[in-house]
Design a protein around this ligand. Structure first.
Ligand code: PLP
Length: 235
């Protein structure tokens, strides 16, 4: 078997296993498996390899660097959905807006204003998730949970931005049970925010990565960002 064919089979098989686990976790939580959106995180993965995942049915890709995403987009089919999941620098906003379906990482007023300015100038409404740092790790992006309500209250005054949910990144751990409270807390926070802002559609909970996605789905995730589980370890 050729190297390319082998890679394609591995990705296909990885996806099959991932989908099986999602299905099982969703059913366990009494939810429809189809309500969980799978985003294949393609950072550091070359377009040739990403194509195997697309051939296997992946329709949404996640990148965390603007330049890398913009380089890969023309090399892949035009009908894919792109998600921006990393720290977005203000000077990259112009190049990213219009190229992504969802920005998962809104966590500062400065970034909100930059996005809003450009959105209004170009007649768009940019769809975002508010990133919350549930675990409180200093290395993580995201707003402290206690600031989320005040932040949303301000952002909903910006006509160029539409908030559709929350995102968090759990601490790295060997035992996913350890981070269950992180996912639960994001879900509970979303519930409180829905009560405070009934007009804001906080539909999406983007939480769960390769090491912890089963627990994340059990705790209510409906957007998974999976890299390693699909493509193998990054170099
Ligand atoms: C890299 C990355 C992921 C995917 O990580 P894996 O552990 O490889 O699944 C998910 N979310 C964000 C924000 C990332 O940067």
């Amino acid at each position: 078997m050729g190297v390319e064919q082998e890679k394609s089979l591995t990705i296909y098989e990885n996806l099959r296993i991932v989908k099986e686990k999602i299905e099982h976790a969703a059913r366990k939580a009494g939810r429809a498996p189809a309500s969980v959106k799978l985003i294949a995180v393609t950072k550091t993965v070359p377009a040739d390899i990403i194509k195997h995942a697309v051939a296997a049915g992946v329709t949404a890709l996640g990148e965390n660097k603007a330049q890398e995403m913009l380089f890969k987009q023309p090399l892949l089919p035009p009908d894919l959905e792109w998600h921006f999941i990393g720290r977005l620098q203000s000077n990259k906003v112009k190049s990213v807006i219009g190229k992504v379906s969802l920005i998962h990482s809104l966590d500062s007023w400065k970034l909100a204003l930059t996005i809003n300015d450009f959105a209004l100038k170009t007649g768009r409404q940019v769809i975002v998730l508010v990133q919350v740092n549930i675990s409180g790790e200093t290395s993580k992006q995201g707003l402290p949970p206690a600031q989320a309500a005040d932040f949303i209250k301000e952002v909903i005054t910006l006509k160029g931005i539409k908030i559709r949910g929350l995102m968090t990144i759990a601490p790295e751990t060997a035992d996913p049970e350890e981070v269950r409270p992180v996912f639960r807390d994001l879900r509970l926070l979303a519930g409180r925010l829905k009560n405070i802002f009934p007009g804001v559609d906080l539909e999406y909970l983007s939480m769960g990565m390769s090491s912890d996605f089963v627990v994340a789905v059990e705790e209510g995730s409906n957007m998974l960002r999976l890299g390693t589980a699909i493509f193998g370890p990054r170099k």
